[in-house]
Design a protein around this ligand. Structure first.
Ligand code: PAF
Length: 288
């Protein structure tokens, strides 16, 4: 039976008990409305820890003023039973007041320059400040030995990895693979906003990413690959935020085009809207 914890003192007692028993603690932070992608992170954490705790908290500080905070899907019963079935031992359910005891306007903020300012950072200003601000608090509350995040939010993982190193959190980050529907669409809580027609168009994102990877492997110039992908998405009906090929550190590409033709890891990333729904996805590959 999963233990549901709603109070910070109770959480601390729980964690202390595990620590006293010498158990290694794995953590999977989420915003709820869980799907197979989240449950795969629980399994990943389970493989690296003796106990797994997950949090469900729809964090207001990472949503922009015109974003979907109020309509973000909240499914507490299904999440609880899904986590239990996935082998999660405890569920941490913070409140907004508990997370931000001085109120959001007076909350200490973590702002990460560099990797948080590109791509998503350009299109969702302040988003990663909110993510870092809440993840830092969650790490302080749970004090895990390992914490699992999905590669679907590739930039979020890069940002959190930088924060963990920069602020010397004593934990190991685990990176979970993207879980896809059978037609290639990356699983996301936001997929359920899609109308049936949009849902079928949404598969173009993964197809376009595979095309970007194949063109890069065939030696096409990065800028051409990015531009063609943008056109393909726009023709399918997307409003495109970005199509990008980057090295895994996501630094802005240098002016020297040969850097992108050199061997090594690359990631192609897309963010695009279908109607009111904003989707992101990415694909990693190796240039030989
Ligand atoms: O990836 C998410 O669901 C959220 O950004 C996270 C990491 C739980 C922080 O609110």
């Amino acid at each position: 039976m999963i233990d549901t914890i709603t109070d910070l003192q109770a959480l601390r007692r729980h964690i202390l008990e595990w620590r006293r028993a010498g158990l290694r603690i794995g953590f999977v932070p989420t915003m709820g409305n869980l799907h197979a992608g989240h449950y795969s992170l629980v399994e990943l954490a389970r493989a690296h820890a003796d106990r797994v705790i997950s949090s469900v908290f729809v964090n207001p500080t990472q949503f922009g003023p015109s974003e979907d905070f109020t309509r973000y899907p909240r499914t507490p019963e299904a999440d609880t039973s899904g986590l239990e079935a996935a082998g999660c031992d405890a569920l941490w359910l913070p409140t907004v007041e508990g997370m931000y005891p001085f109120g959001i306007d007076l909350a200490s903020n973590i702002r990460l320059p560099g990797v948080a300012d590109v791509l998503e950072g350009v299109h969702r200003p302040g988003h990663f400040d909110g993510v870092c601000t809440v993840v830092a608090r969650l790490f302080n509350q749970v004090q895990p030995d390992v914490a699992a995040f999905g590669k679907k939010d590739f930039q979020q993982l890069a940002v959190i990895a930088q924060m963990v190193t920069d602020l010397a959190y004593p934990l190991e980050l685990l990176r979970g693979e993207i879980v896809r529907e059978s037609d290639g669409l990356a699983m996301s809580s936001r997929n359920q906003y899609l109308s049936p027609a949009e849902r079928s168009t949404a598969t173009v994102i993964h197809r376009t990413l595979r095309g970007m990877r194949d063109e890069m492997l065939a030696g096409t110039a990065r800028l051409v690959v990015e531009a063609r992908a943008g056109v393909e998405l726009a023709e399918a009906g997307f409003e495109v935020d970005y199509t990008a090929v980057r090295t895994p550190d996501l630094v802005e590409p240098s002016a020297a085009p040969q850097v992108y033709a050199a061997p090594g890891r690359r990631v192609a990333l897309i963010a695009a809207r279908l109607g009111r729904t904003r989707l992101i996805d990415n694909i990693e590959f190796e240039l030989p």
